[in-house]
Design a protein around this ligand. Structure first.
Ligand code: GUN
Length: 295
């Protein structure tokens, strides 16, 4: 039997509707949440992500301050722009699109963002708070994954979750968030990566698989237990001459085959992708509320 498709677009739309109502209520009190966005260089994928983030802000009433800086921007110039945003009361969240050009020290830039405006949840202070279970900004993609599981009725408590991939943006934080002693978490987590000896030994035992390796077909049907839930975080461009743009997007999971084994599965596109931006909006609204003492 074919798996139920977890519709990320619909779940994202539901949350954005909730946020739109919240933003309207904040505006009644004279509060307009603001997001400062910085993109350095011309990477096409980054440009399209940043445009999507800005459009999403506009759609729910968040003010966005768009900063497109040339590829030869120095680290000093970038840090100066971040500092201006740290001081600007109209800006509640700061997003520096990654990856940055090679001549810029990414960690130094992330450290320079005021932790109270770190709506990506990448600042080490917020990463630490997340790890010990304190209330803080949660990184957007992992938070989106947890929301998808919760809102599609997947029980994580006591479930064995196998995460594939150990990036700072997805693998490490999602593993951490799922093992917290909290609603929507409480899972037993195995974190697999490129040095894992036999990936399928682990994935076959999983009640929930979270694929975040960055490679197409990392998870194939023979690696999945019947009835498992499969969340695909991957976004990979593969050549496809039949498409006008010359490529198509696929995830890290062999979707067509795995959907015949899993009980629930996320598609690519239309799965985790729309959730990432949604949780960025969520964090920006949350930051505006914190800055203005609104519960
Ligand atoms: N690049 C890829 N994903 C992200 C993200 O979630 N935030 C930022 N700032 N850059 C990214």
């Amino acid at each position: 039997m074919s798996a139920e498709i977890i519709d990320g677009k619909q779940i994202a739309a539901d949350i954005r509707e909730e946020l739109k109502t919240e933003v309207a209520a904040l505006k009644e009190r004279g509060i307009v949440p603001g997001l400062g966005v910085i993109l350095v260089g011309e990477d096409p994928a980054s440009k399209s992500y940043v445009s999507a983030k800005e459009k999403a802000c506009e759609a729910i009433g968040i003010f966005s301050d768009d900063n497109r800086l040339p590829a030869d921007t120095t680290q000093g110039q970038l840090l100066e722009r971040v500092e201006q945003m740290n001081k600007d009361p109209k800006i509640n969240g700061i997003l520096v699109q990654l990856p940055l050009p090679k001549h810029i020290d990414e960690a130094a830039v992330l450290m320079a963002i005021d932790p109270d405006k770190d709506v990506d949840g990448f600042h080490p202070m917020n990463v630490g708070k997340m790890m010990v279970g304190e209330d803080t900004f949660l990184p957007c993609t992992p938070h989106g994954v947890l929301q998808m599981l919760m809102r599609s009725g997947v029980e994580t408590s006591g479930a064995h979750v196998v995460v594939v991939g150990r990036s700072n943006i997805v693998g490490k934080p999602v593993a951490n968030m799922l093992l917290q002693k909290k609603e929507g978490a409480n899972a037993t987590v195995t974190l697999c990566h490129t040095r894992t000896k036999d990936l399928s030994v682990h994935t076959k035992q999983a009640d929930i698989i979270i694929a975040a390796s960055g490679w197409p077909n990392t998870v194939t049907a023979d690696m999945v237990k019947a009835g498992a839930v499969v969340i695909d975080v991957g976004v990979n461009r593969v050549e496809d001459p039949s498409r006008e743009r010359g490529y198509r997007l696929v995830g890290d999971v062999d979707f067509d085959a795995v959907k015949e084994v899993a009980s629930k599965i996320t598609p690519v596109p239309g799965g985790v992708g729309p959730m990432t931006i949604t949780m960025l909006l969520f964090n920006t609204v949350d930051s505006a509320k914190r800055a203005n003492g609104v519960d």
